[in-house]
Design a binder for this molecule. Structure first.
Ligand SMILES: *Cc1c(COP(=O)(O)O)cnc(C)c1O
Length: 345
């Protein structure tokens, strides 16, 4: 892996590479032990580590920002920790206590703070995860795990407006399933349908409900939002729609800006009728990786529906306010940022 060179982070020549350090702790006999920061390096597992075979693996994705006054801040650590707990519970894995989670992330970001690139779009991506490490021939719920946190400088992947396909055949999440958990298997299962869509010229799929495939749920690994009749409309979260931290934050910002916000199911038909008639004016995905990703084309059963994407779109007002908070350009009225103060170096 390339190591840090002068200005390489600032000029963003180094992206999508891990920073110098990682956090690791091990769980056995009912408790987390030996929490430590170490040099980033491969970790040894038994080839029979249960997580490698049966996908007892849960992760989070979050970000730190190089704020305009030079401070480094992490976005909504407590929210990510809460969701981590929900995902771990669903996979029958031990919770990571809030203090351990926060300390792991904030210490890693602090130690590697020179890896946090300046804005306007750049950030430091943080990947906490737990994997079952117990060595065992045969299926069993593990009793031994590792909790690790790695990270590195990041720039958004989606730069142009997306062309997405409403998925009518494959299913991401079903009622009673694991769609609400950030567990590894969900992402493996999504790769094949996503590849088929990409081969057909789309950037992503819009997942629909498992039973009828007639209501939209998420776009790739982002929550889905629309402006319909002037209001911000998004499907409610539940066991098939992941509770995005970005989604929740954008909803709060929309309310702060005085927009109407409606959480309700959205049918495919509402889009195929509402886009041509002008009732549906904007569509976009929201998630930690891309922040706000505009959607320009929605394809339904072979027909393209085009949406306007320009500077007047309200999704950009939401995105700008979100970034203003993350980069410290406006007051953090909701207390979303944890400032990492340099004491761990
Ligand atoms: C991570 C993820 C999201 C977005 O969640 P954020 O907390 O906003 O990053 C949405 N949907 C799925 C399926 C995800 O995995």
């Amino acid at each position: 892996m390339p190591r840090l060179e002068a200005d390489a982070v600032a000029s963003l020549k180094l992206i999508n590479v891990p920073s110098d350090h990682m956090f690791i702790a091990e769980y056995s006999h009912g408790e987390w032990r030996k929490a430590r920061i170490q040099a980033y390096r491969p970790v040894p597992f038994s080839p029979l580590a249960l997580g490698l075979h049966y996908a007892q693996i849960v992760f989070e994705g979050m970000k730190a920002y190089h704020m305009q006054d030079g401070r480094v801040g992490v976005f909504r650590t407590p929210r990510h920790q809460e969701r981590f707990t929900i995902s771990l519970e669903r996979m029958l894995m031990p919770p990571v206590p809030a203090e351990l989670f926060a300390e792991a992330i904030h210490t890693l970001v602090d130690v590697d703070r020179q890896w946090v690139p300046p804005g306007p779009d750049a950030s430091y991506y943080i990947r906490p995860f737990v994997i079952a490490t117990e060595e065992r021939m045969g299926l069993k719920a593990a009793d031994e795990f590792s909790f690790m946190v790695v990270g590195g400088p990041f720039k958004p992947v989606y730069t142009r407006p997306l062309r997405v396909k409403v998925e009518r055949e494959f299913t991401r999440a079903a009622p009673g399933g694991t769609g609400y958990a950030k567990c590894a298997g969900n992402y493996a299962a999504a790769m094949y349908p996503t590849k088929l869509a990409q081969d057909a010229g789309f950037d992503q799929v819009i997942w629909t409900d498992a039973k009828q495939h007639d209501h939209v749920e998420e776009s790739g690994t982002m929550n889905l939002m629309f402006f319909i009749d002037g209001a911000l409309v998004t499907p409610p979260t539940g066991d098939t729609i992941l509770k995005g931290v970005t989604r929740e934050s954008v909803i709060q910002i929309a309310r702060d800006l005085g927009y109407d916000v409606i959480e309700r199911p959205i049918s495919v038909e509402e889009l195929t009728e509402g886009i041509p008639s002008g009732r549906v004016t904007e569509a976009f995905g929201v998630g930690t990786a891309a922040s706000v990703a505009p959607i320009a084309t929605i394809s339904v059963d072979g027909t393209d529906y085009q949406l306007r994407v320009d500077d007047d779109c309200r999704m950009f007002a939401l995105k700008n306010r979100l970034n203003d908070i993350r980069f410290g350009r406006v007051e953090d009225v909701h207390g979303w940022m944890t400032i990492v103060d340099g004491t761990a170096r």
